[in-house]
Each structure stands twice: as structure tokens, then as C-alpha cells.
Design a protein around this ligand. Structure first.
Ligand code: SF4
Ligand code: SF4
Length: 202
């Protein structure tokens, strides 16, 4: 079923200049009416996952600036329509095209029920010390014990660390740390990390 979404913000007239600075009328730029096809949760042919109605990475849980509009927790992307991106064809590389969603990526190790809009947590793959690692980022809630238990088992099996935040504290779990904890050496340390995009961790 196809349906049309009108993404016009209330305050901008459709014939007004587009606030993104393109010089075009709003109705022919960011306010264009986008026709969408409803996307199934999975495609039938390749079995690849699809975002469907999830918009977690456009809801502000990933920080970024898109054509001058800031996006952060509490402020969704200016260009997010009702369940869609209104500028999909010209969405920028950073943060949009470079963002990697652990649930959506090809051969994702994460189960179907970890879809971000159901889980309330984004799982973002990153490179860290020449390893694949993951950041669990709140998409509405902190990771709970059930998710952390799943991630710990996965981390020990694959030697992939993960980072997460609980009640404002940033923490790391890895096989090496677990080895130390098992021998009474140290509790999980609070560390600082910063996600600038899906690849960079500092
Ligand atoms: S968080 Fe993942 S599944 Fe949800 S919209 Fe973004 S890429 Fe798609
Ligand atoms: S421009 Fe589109 S893809 Fe990028 S954050 Fe905004 S809604 Fe999402």
C-alpha cells in the first residue's frame, strides 16, 4: 500500500523560501510531499531486514547536524517525517549514510526482537583497538539486565567488547575485564567514550 506524507512544519508556508538555505521554495525542497511504499519488516527475496516503521536513529538518539539543524536526544531530526526521511535521496553522509545499525546490518548477530524501536536501545558497531565493538545507546531507556546478560554472553563468545550507559555512568564490558573480575581484580570501570559517528570512538 502506498501513502503520501506531508512533512511541512506548521510555521513555514509552502511557498516560502526553504529554511535549509537552498534558495528553492519550501514545497519544492525540504517540504516536498514524499510518496512512500509501506515497507515490510523483512523483504521476502533476500530476507534482508528493513527499517519499516522504526525511526530510532532519526529521533535524536544519534547526535548530529543535518543541513544546519541539530539533532540530539529530545530533538528529532528536522527532516524526519511520519515514519520516514523526507530527504532520503539527498541525506548527508554524516551522520545519516555513515551510521551503521547493528540490528540492520548484513548478517547481524542480533535477534529480531532487538529491533531498536522495540528494544529501546540502539546497538552501534564500532572499531575499537582493532576489534569490532558495540555501543549500546539509549533509544528511550537504559539497557536492562536481560539485555546486558545477552550482550555479556555474546561478548565472551566473540571477544567483542561493548560499551553502555546506566544511570549516567558509562561502562565497558570485555572478555579481558571479565577475566580480571573473575579473579577479584577489579569491578567494571567507569570510562569515558564519545560517539561522534558509527566508526569513531574516542
Ligand atoms: S535504528 Fe536501525 S532499524 Fe531503526 S531506522 Fe535506524 S537503521 Fe533502521
Ligand atoms: S536526514 Fe533523514 S536519514 Fe538523516 S537523520 Fe534526518 S530523517 Fe534520518
Amino acid at each position: 500500500m502506498a501513502h503520501a506524507l506531508d512533512s511541512s512544519p506548521m510555521a513555514i508556508g509552502r511557498n516560502d523560501p526553504c529554511p535549509c538555505g537552498s534558495g528553492k521554495k519550501y514545497k519544492k525542497c525540504c517540504g516536498v510531499v514524499v510518496t512512500l511504499k509501506q515497507v515490510p519488516a523483512r523483504t521476502t527475496a533476500a530476507g534482508a531486514r528493513q527499517c519499516g516503521t522504526c525511526t530510532a536513529c532519526c529521533d535524536g538518539w544519534v547526535k548530529g547536524t543535518i543541513f544546519g539543524h541539530e539533532m540530539y536526544p529530545g530533538r528529532p531530526c528536522h527532516f524526519r517525517g511520519a515514519g520516514c526521511c523526507t530527504i532520503y535521496e539527498r541525506r548527508p553522509s554524516d551522520p545519516c549514510r555513515n551510521f551503521i545499525c547493528g540490528w540492520l546490518q548484513t548478517q547481524s548477530p542480533f535477534p529480531e526482537e532487538f529491533k531498536p524501536d522495540r528494544l529501546g536501545v540502539l546497538i552501534i558497531p564500532v572499531q575499537w583497538r582493532e576489534k569490532t565493538a558495540y555501543i549500546l545507546r539509549s533509544a528511550g531507556r537504559d539497557p536492562d539486565e536481560a539485555l546486558l546478560a545477552w550482550m555479556r554472553e555474546f561478548s565472551l563468545r566473540t571477544d567483542r567488547p561493548f560499551f553502555y550507559e546506566q544511570a549516567g555512568e558509562r561502562k565497558r564490558f570485555s572478555a579481558a575485564l571479565n577475566w580480571g573480575i573473575a579473579r577479584g581484580r577489579s569491578p567494571l570501570p567507569v570510562i569515558c567514550y564519545r560517539l561522534t559517528n558509527s566508526r569513531a570512538l574516542s
